[in-house]
Design a protein around this ligand. Sequence first.
Ligand SMILES: C[S@@+](CC[C@H](N)C(=O)[O-])C[C@H]1O[C@@H](n2cnc3c(N)ncnc32)[C@H](O)[C@@H]1O
Length: 208
Amino acid sequence: MPAATDDYVLGRDLHGSIRLEAQHLLFKMHNGYALNPKIPISSDMKIAEIGTGTGIWLQDIASQLPETVQLHGYDVSANQFPPASLCPPNLTFATLDAFGDVPAHLVETYDVVHLRFWCAIIRGNDPGALIRHAIRLLKPGGYLQWEDADMGKPTMRGDESEAFHKLGMSVLRTFNVLLDWIGDIPKLVADHGLTVVDSATRPFDSTL
Ligand SMILES: C[S@@+](CC[C@H](N)C(=O)[O-])C[C@H]1O[C@@H](n2cnc3c(N)ncnc32)[C@H](O)[C@@H]1O
């Protein structure tokens, strides 16, 4: 059952899933990695993704990590989870509301928590509840990897793109989805007590 706070403005149908998987490829080509290589790997580590969607990021890193690493995908909706029969045994999915309390058995469980594409979900420019949720899941000394799209400041080429962007931004504003916080992610997580070990904002290469 989706939680009461589920008011996702993007779709979870076939097109929604293809969009997420295309975005994964785009960000992997943009960054040159899925899991940041600065994060140390150990055979008994646990990695979670909050708001996992189709779980494509976890599926990708599963193929690069030891089979003993535990990978857990959480989302407020199970609609886009891949079938368990297609996942390796160390990759599982469950529903969890990222704006709610972390269940006691998950507190300080993970070496890495991954967040990506919260830009169209956070309302009122305030990702505080999400950041607190992610930190509660992390072991002390664990890593938060966060990738997002600063859609408020895109590099636009062409009248049609500019018109589409303007329309998209006005639709998001009607849902109180504001984008001013995205450029401040390093400061926001530091304000919550994390140490920023890597941070970059770059436009896409023209080939992307
Ligand atoms: C844009 S998708 C990103 C999916 C994935 N992180 C990726 O990068 O491919 C955002 C996801 O967040 C989920 N979501 C929205 N509100 C949520 C909430 N309150 N708690 C957990 N997940 C949520 C949506 O269901 C959706 O799957």
